[in-house]
Design a protein around this ligand. Structure first.
Ligand code: FES
Length: 130
């Protein structure tokens, strides 16, 4: 496959993330220490859009259940946090629903993210879509 243009360099400031799409690929671009990284922008747990989460150093934190991934490798570095619905313990029906939801989510596996090779030519970020 070949490299395709996905963004301008000024669209990804230091310490930020950007969601881009190319064909069927949803890609998270992140700039850390002056380098651009590209990984899949769907969480390896339950598909939340990671670029809506937080970037701390080279770690992106999922906005849904807080799984963490290293944007330099795509590796899952911390499992999701599955907590009860706030206030559920006060409402019996909600407590029952919350407990059932936790049982359903608990066995869901978290997978590493796909990674993409990146190059910058002038002001343009290019990604190798596999
Ligand atoms: S969807 Fe990302 S941690 Fe659950």
């Amino acid at each position: 496959m070949s490299f395709v243009e996905v963004a301008r360099i000024d669209e990804v400031p230091e310490g930020s993330m950007k969601h881009v799409e190319e064909g069927d690929a949803e890609i998270l671009l992140a700039k850390v220490d002056g380098k651009i990284y590209a990984v899949g922008d769907r969480c390896g747990h339950m598909n939340a859009r990671l670029s809506m989460g937080k970037l701390q150093g080279t770690t992106v934190i999922c906005p849904l259940h807080a799984s963490q991934f290293d944007v330099t490798t795509g590796k899952n570095v911390k499992e999701p946090v599955l907590t009860s619905i706030p206030g559920a313990e006060k409402v019996p029906e909600l407590k029952k629903y919350s407990e059932r939801l936790e049982k359903i989510i608990a066995p869901v596996k978290t997978y590493d993210l796909p990674t993409f090779n990146v190059k910058v030519e002038g002001e343009t970020i290019l990604v190798n879509i596999k």
